[in-house]
Write a protein that binds this ligand. Structure first.
Ligand code: KG4
Ligand code: ZN
Length: 352
């Protein structure tokens, strides 16, 4: 049987994404973003994001179909992010998807955005590509709203949480720290770039939840052995900035950015790799917007190699929000024979 041709639609935040895949083959990935309109507010404004999707959706869909060289009639299924995300933004993509599904008489699949960030690693564009999910697979999901280490038994119905942040998400820490450093919004790419000229050892910022009372031992694990905390790190950066300002000295932005990034990436990777080792995970998928970070890709690569863990990393373009990841998970659902969603499927902004 031919592999399913799936159209994926993403609209949970500021990116309007339409992607097309055939099984694990990427055919098109078109993304429009309203980010420029949010920059002056220092964060995504839900109403503006929703209006952005409304304006960008049809042209983005057109481009994706043209790039893939397919017509809507040929598509086997339509997949759309149903949550989590901004409710109004989700509703635009969902409404568009429902209209298309009804008009073209195609099954509709509501997609969990977070699982889609993991599923994109199965596309043929990823480093260390696998055709299907190997046994003992885990995922490190790092985005603006989530930081989680997961065991992924099946992308369709078996994802188990091993650990997560207890406060800020990694991307949120990047965004808040960038604001403190006057680097603007979104903070992840800004800190990634600023850190290039900085010394990652200039400041020793805290690695949250690494004390023995939180971590325990492999035999007798503490409550937070596989959890992260990034709020103390943000406070430490604020204090460092304050000290320079009080002394009337220029803030060493590059050094602070590099040291902050080193703290985040060090604790993210060390805890993720240890969680894999202690849960028998031998293949790790990296996903989410922060997976675009160059230092994270490098250090996780090194540490997985030392631990004998196979690491799968999607290309940078597929790490931040896009439609291809939604289509990728949709294709997995179709191939697994999952039932389509009802055309009444709601937007679930807090989908776990
Ligand atoms: O997955 P995503 O595109 O949207 C959410 O679902 O949250 O992730 C966005 C997050 C933002 O916090 C952004 O600052 C961060 O990903 N990000 C990065 C980089 N590119 C994006 N963080 C660190 N380094 C980057 N290069
Ligand atoms: Zn995302």
């Amino acid at each position: 049987k031919a592999e399913p041709l799936v159209l994926g639609i993403e609209s949970s935040c500021d990116e309007t994404g339409v992607g097309i895949v055939r099984g694990t083959r990427l055919l098109a990935n078109e993304v429009a973003s309203s980010m420029e309109e949010h920059v002056r507010f220092g964060g995504v404004i839900p109403e503006i994001a929703a209006r952005g999707h409304l304006e960008a959706f049809t042209p983005t869909l057109r481009r994706a179909l043209d790039t893939a060289g397919v017509s809507l009639d040929e598509v086997d299924a339509i997949a759309v992010t149903s949550g989590p995300g901004l409710a109004g933004a989700l509703m635009v993509g969902l409404s568009a998807a429902k209209g298309l599904a009804m008009a073209a008489d195609k099954p509709l699949y509501g997609i969990n955005h977070l699982v889609a960030h993991v599923a994109v690693g199965l596309l043929d564009t990823a480093e260390g590509q696998v055709q299907s999910l190997p046994p003992n697979t885990g995922a490190l999901l790092v985005s603006g709203g989530h930081t989680e280490i997961l065991r992924v038994g099946s992308l369709t119905d078996d994802v188990q949480l091993l650990g997560s942040t207890i406060d800020d998400a990694a991307g949120e820490a990047y965004d808040k720290t960038a604001r403190l450093l006057g680097l603007g919004y979104p903070g992840g790419p800004a800190i990634d770039a600023a850190a290039v000229d900085g010394d990652p050892k200039a400041f020793r910022f805290p690695r949250g939840l690494t004390m023995p009372k939180f971590e325990g031992s492999a035999e007798n694990p503490g409550k937070h052995r596989h959890n992260w905390s990034f709020s103390g790190l943000k406070t430490a950066v604020a204090r460092a900035v304050e000290q320079f300002e009080k002394a009337g000295q220029p803030v060493p932005v590059a050094d602070i950015a590099a040291s902050f990034q080193e703290a985040v990436v060090d604790v993210l990777t060390s805890k993720a790799v240890r969680a894999c080792q202690e849960h028998g995970i031998t293949t790790l998928l990296l996903g989410g917007g922060v997976a675009a970070n160059r230092r994270l890709r490098q250090l996780l690569g090194d540490r997985c190699a030392s631990a004998g863990i196979e690491l799968i990393i999607p290309p940078v373009k597929l790490c931040t929000d896009n439609g291809a990841m939604v289509a990728a998970l949709g294709a997995q659902l179709v191939a697994a024979g999952a039932s389509p969603s009802s055309l009444g499927i709601p937007a679930d902004s807090s989908l776990p």
